[in-house]
Design a protein around this ligand. Structure first.
Ligand code: ZN
Length: 204
């Protein structure tokens, strides 16, 4: 048997994860588009909770978009995949623990499944079901953003408004990408105040 660089005749799971502003959705769309160019049947899902940009498309902060189905829960996905060979799921952190079993089932059926989602909430707590998905996937991509305070590689989502919800949907203004050093889950001051911009700009 000749070894193959690409799996042939089997499905698999790819996970794209990272903090806010790390380009997860862009990377998801890039992979799905590449499959479409190859005339593979592609379908993409996102949770109904995420209404930003457009009702029926997956959109990234940079304006990339692709048509998608909105689902209320992960268990809605199997009934909608049809003959798709490639299945994308965006914002996986809102689809709960059932998503793990669903994507495993789709991969076992021979499909390529590409899942994108936040790995940690603003407190740095792993965001289910991403930890479980990372464990069962064949391929993992962890994207880093750029720290909005110091410019180092960033893996944390800093919340810059003091509110209770675990995630503020569609409010990217409420977050900044931060590195480990500049991230502080108990301090909700935005970058300008961290840098002392405004008061001290004339002194530099
Ligand atoms: Zn930093």
């Amino acid at each position: 048997m000749t070894p193959s660089l690409q799996p042939v005749g089997v499905g698999w799971i790819e996970v794209i994860t990272g903090c806010m502003f790390s380009g997860k959705t862009e990377e998801l769309i890039r992979r799905l588009r590449r499959a479409q160019f190859a005339r593979q049947r592609v379908v993409v899902f996102k949770p109904g909770i995420d209404n930003r940009y457009a009702e029926d498309s997956v959109g990234s902060h940079s304006g990339q978009r692709m048509r998608s189905f909105q689902v209320e829960r992960a268990t809605d996905i199997p009934g909608l995949v049809g003959e798709a060979q490639v299945v994308g799921v965006d914002e996986a952190q809102f689809l709960g623990p059932e998503l793990v079993e669903i994507v495993e089932r789709l991969a076992n059926e021979g499909r390529r499944v590409i899942v994108a989602g936040l790995d940690m909430d603003y407190r740095g707590v792993p965001f289910e079901p991403l930890p479980q998905l990372l464990a069962v996937s064949e391929y993992i991509t962890k994207n880093l953003a750029i720290c909005m305070v110091c410019g180092n590689p960033a893996d944390r989502s800093q919340r810059v408004v003091n509110r209770d919800a675990r995630f503020l949907v569609g409010e990217s203004d409420a977050y900044e990408a931060r590195c480990r050093r500049c991230w502080d889950p108990n301090n909700f001051e935005p970058r300008q105040e961290q840098l002392g911009l405004g008061q001290n700009l004339s002194e530099t």
